[in-house]
Design a protein around this ligand. Sequence first.
Ligand SMILES: NC(=O)c1ccc[n+]([C@@H]2O[C@H](COP(=O)([O-])OP(=O)(O)OC[C@H]3O[C@@H](n4cnc5c(N)ncnc54)[C@H](OP(=O)(O)O)[C@@H]3O)[C@@H](O)[C@H]2O)c1
Length: 344
Amino acid sequence: MNPVRTIDTALIGLGNVNRNFLRILEMKEAELAQRYGLAFRVVCVADSSGVAVNPAGFDPAATRQAKEAGHPVRTLPGFVAGASPAEVLATLACDLVLEASPVDLTTGEPGLGVTRATLARGIPVVLANKGPLVLAYRELHDLAASTGAGLAFSATVCGALPVINIGRRDLIAAEIQSLRGIFNATTNFILAEMATGRSYADALAEAQRRGIAETDPTLDVEGWDTANKLVIVANSVLGIDAALADVSVTGITGVTAEHLEAEEASGSTIKLLASAERRGDGYALVVKPTVVASDSFLGQCNGWEMGIEIQSDLYGRMYHKIWEREPLPTAAAMLRDAVNLLRG
Ligand SMILES: NC(=O)c1ccc[n+]([C@@H]2O[C@H](COP(=O)([O-])OP(=O)(O)OC[C@H]3O[C@@H](n4cnc5c(N)ncnc54)[C@H](OP(=O)(O)O)[C@@H]3O)[C@@H](O)[C@H]2O)c1
């Protein structure tokens, strides 16, 4: 058996994703020790009420259950009054930070400050939050390179589908000529409902009723969540310095049930696609509702599924797809990133 290394871990955000990370620690403690020689000790947690620190480690099950029972972090022993997560992480003794707070495309906070403070100290960061990467991809990578800290974010695009890992690790020496993907399950669900004749408003209400769509669904239905993911793929996989302003974005609010029904009648359907097409030295980056054949790979990505097809000069045409209906796989993607970073 491997000697077991204790990894002092900070969880920023205790919502769906990081609570599922705690659940995985409860489920997989023995496997993580036996297979990877790792024991994750949660020494810091943060939510919108503040930050708490316990060098001896918070119990994963008790912490998750307390949060699920409605007790915010400020009620935990070790609550640090008046401090932001970035301020605490500037000095906290820890080995790893998992950042899963909400996307903020204006300031990037609290994720951006957390990521900067942690990478600056040479401590690895795993992100589920896209905001810091969309706003400051190059800066964060340069910072990580200068301090030797690992930075991983495979959970930011298509949940647990390892799009980023495949693109960065497995397409050695390839030139990607084009990629097209369905990166947002909420809009995919709404379009699928509309294809059965429901109106946009009805389909959106159904998605909200099922808890898939946010109360404010703007980021999803206007295409910005998909565009965020395309920016991350463009920087990390295509190797270009791209920002949101470089993406032409059209959401699904203009698609009608009549459009969809007409396409379905002729063997096609409409999907909200992200695409990158090689143009000279760069790529044209587009997010828009697109007609695809119903029996094509992307036409067959339905409801809870997300997928991507990648055409490159060396590796043919690849197709990858995931079915993901709850945040457990996304939390597992953060664990995957953490283990890979810690194994070096
Ligand atoms: N859910 C998914 O399947 C999924 C998949 C891929 C990526 N992501 C990304 O992962 C991140 C987390 O998603 P989620 O579903 O877990 O979101 P969530 O359920 O809304 O949880 C967000 C958490 O962040 C906390 N928070 C808010 N402001 C904060 C602040 N200033 N400082 C510290 N914590 C703060 C919230 O606190 P309260 O608990 O007090 O509200 C909550 O615990 C998001 O960026 C999301 O886009 C999610």
